[in-house]
Design a protein around this ligand. Sequence first.
Ligand SMILES: [Zn+2]
Length: 235
Amino acid sequence: MITKDYGFPCHGGYANCGKFIRCTHSNPGHAANLRLAIANSCNAYFVHLYRLAVDAPKWGGVKNGHHKWAEYMRSFGLGHRLGIDIPGEYTGTVADTAEINRRYRGQWNSCSELYVGMGQGAVVTTPLQMANAMCIIANKGYYYIPHFVESVDNDKSDILKKYKERHQVANVSDDAYEAVKLGMADVVTSGTGRIAAIDGIEVSGKTGTAENQAKVNGVLTKLKDHSVFVAFAPA
Ligand SMILES: [Zn+2]
């Protein structure tokens, strides 16, 4: 779809869908390639990428394209339980085409839910899923089901079998993972995650902001944003 050198001319937001999606940066070149777009957390870059993905001609229409997108998301461990060995795991949400069809009564296009490209809207993840996503990036393409274990006395049983199986995710080149890692390293060395820097260890991380609306005395009120940070080391 794109290479790591792909750039998007963001001048402070995304205006291609008839609504303006703001970006925190407006300086020229802040999304001139994948690494920069990650380091600068460019909203325009990633909502545009979602549209390129679901509108790709090979899918024959956005409904099939979005379905493929949802499949990729699930392969990255999102939108379903990972299968950890403690109870109470949440599935998170990755809205598939059927769900979007219901929302829009079948009338929608790649602009309708483009916010998912920047991690908003029809995507909800758990902290465990985000930690697992960090493993996928650190491993360049696979994860093991996370599990809790204090000690293993006799490893000849099958109990641990499913935790030793590699879960390969969508076919992504090492080159692309490298660009993502570098972008995330920039976040910690010179971007919004500088507080996570550790002397002598290269840390790759990503900050995130979630808008926080709740009903206060029956009125939908905008509260202080929630922040999130995920990371792995060594990068
Ligand atoms: Zn931008």
